[in-house]
Design a protein around this ligand. Structure first.
Ligand code: AGP
Length: 614
């Protein structure tokens, strides 16, 4: 989704801004632009990549040089096609105010009409452009206002979500930023300040950051900053230390971030458990929810809300919590939750899961649940993210920054957190101390098993070679492996653009079986658990219709090799552990199919890393 970078200080702004945009490329975008103040307001923007923008800058000669203040943006089209004119920054008609914006201005049509009637002309089809004209209008109405004052006035008329950053040649030493809904972070350097939509462009310059809250504005100069609410009330802000290193957001020798992140999983698994799994005591210690554990255990019901991959993790969470802790669980798409007037009250616990901690739908579900009086708990990866801050209690997944748009290590980290949570909720209630200890022991064996699965990379790549031109894929699994089938299909479709469906294997005969023929690869997750023999029958059904079967099976399973064209053997584990292992070959298969088809896996078309609009 759109990315924001701003700089004010003593260094040359444009190289810093360009570099910042590169750090934000992973979020997904279709155009990019920069505006700086170097005596006047100079802008370069265009459709295409940050590399294309850099070429355009080189061609423009010295257009942006000599500036120590500037803003830059990567746009992910919502209103108006990806094009040069729709790229940010947007300028007012006089060309002396420049603005970049993430989010959606919901009343843009009405504002556009009104501004047009006052003589403003629009140069783009974006919702954003109304903001810059509105600021101009406020300033014209009251010329004694500062840039801050004009932005503040303008925001009173705006409905919707925004993270925005404004500069003006009328007040060249100031950068004004405001946030409602779309995240903004302020990086505090030595005599210089950075603004960004996430910490990735900031961490190489400073570790000290301030997260803007909703409804807050910051006015930043080279000498300092102030944070106030949009209503002009000064607010005390906490300075936070970033908890990751630059190396963690670089590729480290891998061809793509996605591959690097798949291979990081054994280490990440250790990190998620570190300090939490107490094998010797046979228990888990979950600091972030400790004070609320009794209330969580007494929940009449748990509702899990999330989107995409995090939703799949939530489905596995449902199985885990119901199996271990015997608390009824429902899993909702966060985007549906608030629009269906859900029955949620003070006896319920709502768990929101989000890698980014900024997903607009999940945030809205969180707020709706809070309003209804539920205890709201978060499972997030990004420390200090909005969802992490707005939940009453929660657990970080500690997966490290996830840059690849296709979520991989964050998923396995989420499942481990849910596994630990389920065991913590069962303690003293539903299963014995010894059973908890046994299940924890199983969990601690996962990183080593995951590392063994990663050694199958070349086998999986050769399977990808065979099937890379298929038009459709079916993914089937049962029990704990059903959500993994959904996740495997999502991974494939989002990065390779091949249509893929995930189903509970038994549902196949209720419809999808009609699709099966010799052109349809069917991936079965057929590990040895209580549904194993049923899965074998499902494989027979596909085979008898000439479907091509690829099976994920456990080491030593001879029977499956008789039925499947290709078998990927993975280590044995208990049912509740299995998703942590079965998902890895599916991540690798999706990755290889996509790269063999020439797709850019780190920047898949139309997708954004963090979906901060509804
Ligand atoms: C995962 O591969 C996807 N890119 C997407 O489904 C993602 O999981 C979803 O948008 C939710 O994001 P979140 O976990 O940051 O809330």
């Amino acid at each position: 989704m759109c990315g924001i970078v701003g700089y004010i200080g003593k260094r040359e702004a444009s190289p810093l801004l360009l570099n910042g945009l590169r750090r934000l490329e992973y979020r997904g975008y279709d155009s990019a632009g920069i505006a700086v103040l170097n005596g006047e307001l100079s802008v370069v923007k265009q459709k295409g990549s940050v590399g294309d923008l850099e070429n355009a800058l080189q061609k423009s000669g010295d257009l942006l040089s000599g500036a120590t203040v500037g803003i830059a943006h990567t746009r992910w089209a919502t209103h108006g096609d990806p094009s040069d004119r729709n790229a940010h920054p947007h300028l007012n008609n006089a060309g002396d105010i420049a603005l970049i914006h993430n989010g959606i201005i919901e009343n843009h049509a009405a504002l556009r009409l009104e501004l047009t009637s006052h003589g403003y002309t629009f140069n783009s089809a974006t919702d954003t452009e109304v903001l810059v004209h509105l600021i101009d209008r406020m300033w014209k109405d009251e010329p004694s206002l500062s840039l801050e004052g004009a932005v503040r006035r303008a925001l009173r008329h705006v409905e919707g979500a925004y993270g925005l950053c404004v500069i003006s040649s009328r007040e060249p030493g100031t950068l004004v930023v405001a946030r409602k809904g779309s995240p903004l972070v302020l990086g505090l350097g030595d005599g210089e300040y950075f603004v960004a939509s996430d910490a990735a462009p900031i961490v190489e310059h400073t570790r000290k950051v301030v997260y803007l809250g909703d409804g807050e504005m910051a006015v930043v100069t080279a000498d300092g900053y102030t944070v106030k609410t949009v209503e002009n009330i000064e607010t005390e802000k906490l300075i936070t230390e970033l908890d990751f290193e630059l190396g963690e957001i670089e590729k480290g020798g891998f061809e793509h971030f996605m591959l690097k992140e798949i291979f990081e999983q054994p280490d990440v698994m250790h990190d998620v458990m570190r300090g939490r799994v107490r094998l010797e005591e046979g228990r888990v210690r979950l600091g972030g929810i400790e004070d609320y554990l009794d209330r969580l255990k007494q929940a009449k019901r748990i509702v899990i809300c999330a989107c995409g991959t995090s939703w799949h993790a939530g489905l596995i969470g449902e199985y885990l919590i119901e199996e271990f802790a015997r608390i009824p669980v429902e899993v909702d798409y966060a985007s549906e939750f608030r629009y269906r007037n859900p029955i949620v009250g003070t006896d319920d616990v709502v768990i929101v899961i989000s890698q980014s901690g900024e997903t607009a739908d999940t945030l809205a579900a969180l707020r709706a649940a809070k309003e209804k009086g539920a205890l709201v708990m978060g499972i997030c990866n990004v420390v200090g993210s909005t969802i992490a801050r707005e939940t009453l209690c929660g657990m970080y997944t500690h997966a490290g920054p996830e840059v690849g748009v296709a979520s991989t290590k964050a998923f396995t980290a989420q499942v481990i957190v849910l596994y630990m949570l389920a065991l913590a909720l069962s303690k003293g209630r539903t299963i014995s101390h010894d059973e908890i200890a046994l299940n924890l022991k199983e969990l601690t064996r996962v990183p080593e098993k995951a590392a063994r699965i990663l050694e199958l990379d070349s086998q999986i790549k050769s399977i990808a070679e065979i099937f890379k031109d298929a038009k459709n894929f079916l993914y089937l699994g049962r029990g704990y492996n059903f959500p993994v089938a959904l996740e495997g299909a999502l991974k494939l479709k989002e990065i390779s653009y091949i249509h893929a469906e995930g189903y509970p294997a038994a549902e196949m005969k209720h419809g999808p079986i009609a699709l099966i023929d010799e052109d349809m690869p069917v991936i079965f997750i057929a590990t040895r658990d209580s549904t194993y023999t049923k899965i074998l029958s499902n494989i027979e059904e596909v085979r008898s219709r000439k479907g091509r079967v690829i099976a994920i099976a456990n080491d030593g399973d001879q029977e499956i090799s008789r039925l499947a064209e290709h078998v990927i053997y993975i280590p044995q584990a208990t049912g509740p552990i299995m998703p942590l292992l079965t998902v890895i070959p599916l991540q690798l298969l999706a990755y290889h199919i996509a790269t063999l088809r020439g797709c850019n896996v780190d920047r898949p078309r139309n997708l954004a890393k963090s979906v901060t609009v509804e």
